[in-house]
Design a protein around this ligand. Structure first.
Ligand SMILES: *Cc1c(COP(=O)(O)O)cnc(C)c1O
Length: 521
């Protein structure tokens, strides 16, 4: 197998204080010569611009730090972090593909970046046109008739979609009282049952079949007069396409329910198949996963929702419309709309990136993207499932789509080394860990999504590292269990890292914690 030699990748390690600890009163980060003076001479003191009742009584407690120190601060933090700009990031279900820099450039263009959401639509025609066109493109890609760009994330899109399912049963079937259940397969992303429950529905779980697909008999036994709808991910969470999707759709529609498609990962199907053609009535897409927005750490996202014609009247307001004379406007006049789901019009910067991404690739480019994503996932599945201790559970002879779920249960039995240990050891070789222990239906799961943006050489490196870790596990299991050694931070305490009592997310909370500790001394 070609590829570079395996090497340990040493991360930089800085003893970097918090930005608040770098605060030195009087230090100025940036000077705008004359700006303040010119405002003062034209309109009087700056304070007079702000109505008295909206002024702060004291300035905000922001850290005062010089510009070079700020730059060093964030550069140092970035060097202790891992990102797709430093190595392969095969975090399954999250689609951590490389985001083209030109899309960042487009989002930063002043004509987009400096807009104010309260501007008169007459002055934001370009932005509205971009949103309108993006809606058309997403409708085309998903096979839907109308789209909202408002939801800020995948989970938010799901909730928006389920609220429209509710509106449909209220206004169209008149059975919203009786239809109080949403059906969800046991392999689903955790946000699906959460969204359905938040929208007030009971969640009915459908078990997976031996092949890891929706169990049709189980579906038939629960679909009925209480069914409001079904939420489904396809390709499903183990990366396999639900081959019986037409039949699944038929069962749910015959029972009077709607079909919701979790399209968070559209990476396998763009330009190949469309949820609308598979019988789905609603779909959300994670633009931040599939269409180029950096999205580690929960940054801004966008979860547009597409619907079939019969559901369009329930879409959130305002809707972007094109008038007969070719100009664009925001339209609030939809009495059956579920209302607003997000302040203003969604995360506009994410929409610009998605627009630029689709514009650059075009239809054939999107299709090629999906073909390569699928090819890469199958290449990895083929080679990794042949590594001692690793295997490909469910539907062995069925091709994977954009990701593959590998089980390390064999390795755990043979050597005691777990999926978590493998994930940590990968970091020492400069590869980000895959998603682990998800989906729950696979023991010791490693969910690998290489994406189309990795080359054959990078994939061979990833496979080579996994072979090496398997060898280490059999020969010196303690080495793998002690990893990572070369990352900026050694193994975290998984419990304390996520526990509300020890998790400190703000400077104020950190200070309170310190004061409490001092009080106890
Ligand atoms: C990521 C993901 C979601 C949730 O998307 P967020 O933007 O994180 O809210 C939902 N379903 C699937 C299948 C996903 O992979």
């Amino acid at each position: 197998m070609v590829g570079h030699t395996l090497d340990h990748v040493r991360q930089a390690k800085w003893d970097e204080p918090l930005i608040f600890e770098l605060h030195r009163p009087g230090i100025v980060g940036h000077l705008f010569p004359g700006a303040e003076a010119s405002i003062v001479s034209e309109v009087g003191p700056l304070d007079s611009l702000i109505p008295p009742e909206m002024r702060r009584s004291s300035p905000p407690a922001l850290p005062e730090v010089s510009e070079p120190r700020i730059v060093r601060h964030f550069t140092r933090l970035s060097q202790m972090n891992f990102s797709v700009t430093s190595g392969t990031y095969p975090l399954g279900s999250c689609t951590m593909k490389y985001n083209p820099a030109v899309d960042e450039f487009c989002a930063a263009l002043p004509g987009f970046a400096m807009l104010h959401p309260l501007q008169d639509p007459a002055t934001t025609q370009g932005a509205l046109e971009l949103m309108w066109e993006l809606e058309q493109w997403l409708a085309e890609i998903t096979g839907m008739d109308a789209v909202t760009l408002q939801p800020a994330a995948g989970a938010h899109g799901e909730w928006t979609g389920v609220m429209m399912v509710r509106a449909y049963h209220e206004h169209v079937t008149g059975e919203s009282g009786q239809r109080d259940e949403i059906l969800i397969p046991d392999s689903a992303h955790g946000t699906n049952p959460a969204s359905a429950a938040m929208a007030g529905y009971k969640v009915v779980v459908i078990p997976s079949s031996e092949e890891g697909l929706v169990d049709l008999d189980a579906l038939k036994s629960v679909a009925g007069p209480h069914t409001a709808g079904l939420m489904l991910t396809n390709p499903n969470t183990i990366g396999v396409f639900e081959k019986d999707i037409k039949e699944v759709a038929g069962v749910v529609h015959d029972a009077g329910g709607l079909l919701y498609y979790d399209g968070a990962n559209l990476n396998a199907i763009m330009g190949v198949v469309r949820p609308g053609d598979m019988g789905f009535d609603l779909v959300h897409i994670n633009l931040h996963k599939t269409m180029s927005t950096p999205h580690g750490g929960g940054g801004p996202g966008a979860g547009p929702v597409g619907v079939k014609e019969g559901l369009a009247e329930f879409l959130p307001v305002p809707r972007v419309t094109r008038r007969d004379d070719g100009t664009f406007d925001l339209d609030y006049d939809h009495p059956k709309s579920i209302g607003k789901v997000k302040s203003f019009y969604g995360n506009f910067g994410v929409l610009v990136r998605a627009y630029a991404y689709i514009y650059a690739l075009g239809g054939p480019g999107l299709k090629r993207t999906s073909e390569l994503a699928v090819l890469n996932a199958n290449y990895v599945a083929h080679h990794v499932s042949r590594i001692p201790g690793l295997s490909l559970p469910f539907s062995k002879d069925v091709p994977r789509m954009h990701e593959c779920v590998i089980s390390a249960s064999g390795l755990k039995e043979e050597t005691g080394v777990t999926a978590m240990d493998i994930a940590k050891r990968l970091l020492d070789f400069g590869v980000h860990a895959p998603t682990v222990y998800f989906p729950l239906i696979v023991d010791e799961a490693l969910m690998i999504e290489p994406t189309e943006s990795e080359t054959r050489e990078e994939l061979d490196y990833l496979i080579g590292v996994l072979q090496e870790i398997s060898r280490e596990a059999h020969e010196q299991p303690d080495v793998v269990r002690g990893a990572p050694y070369y990352a900026a931070i050694r193994r975290l305490d998984e419990y304390r890292a996520a526990h509300p009592k020890t998790l400190t997310l703000s400077w104020r909370a950190y200070r309170r914690q310190q004061e409490r500790a001092e009080g106890q001394d």
